[in-house]
Design a protein. Structure first.
Length: 127
């Protein structure tokens, strides 16, 4: 979470100093993608913290399902913001750079992790 909050501070600094690399009209796509990286990273960090905090009292977990959900959550946390961030580096005026291709993979991993969490949450501890 500290990494993504630091990214937000860096973006605000770029904005505050009116850095053209970030604010010029031809860099609107970069600005959007980097804000998306910051927002997704921060939100998914909170999801990761909530997941860890609720493990002891939420659902029935097998070792395999727990490791898989945790792994996929962590990978989604890394790939989604990284894809947005890389998409804003070296972009054209209307198309992000190829780094944006990490976003769908991160979203898929996040989807599977949430499905595993929901599945485990629907089971009782005695099952």
């Amino acid at each position: 979470m500290l990494l993504f909050l630091s990214l937000g501070i860096a973006l605000e600094t770029l904005h505050g100093f009116k850095v053209g690399f970030y604010l010029d009209p031809e860099n609107r796509l970069r600005q959007l993608l980097w804000r998306l990286a910051h927002a997704h990273g921060t939100l998914l960090s909170l999801v990761q913290i909530a997941f860890a905090a609720g493990l002891a009292s939420f659902g029935a977990w097998t070792d395999k399902r727990l490791k898989l959900a945790s792994y996929f959550l962590l990978d989604g946390l890394l790939l989604l913001p990284l894809g947005f961030f890389l998409g804003g580096i070296g972009h054209s005026e209307v198309d992000p750079s190829p780094g944006i291709l990490l976003v769908p993979f991160g979203a898929l991993l996040l989807f599977v992790a949430v499905a595993l969490i929901a599945w485990s949450g629907s089971k009782s501890v005695s099952e």
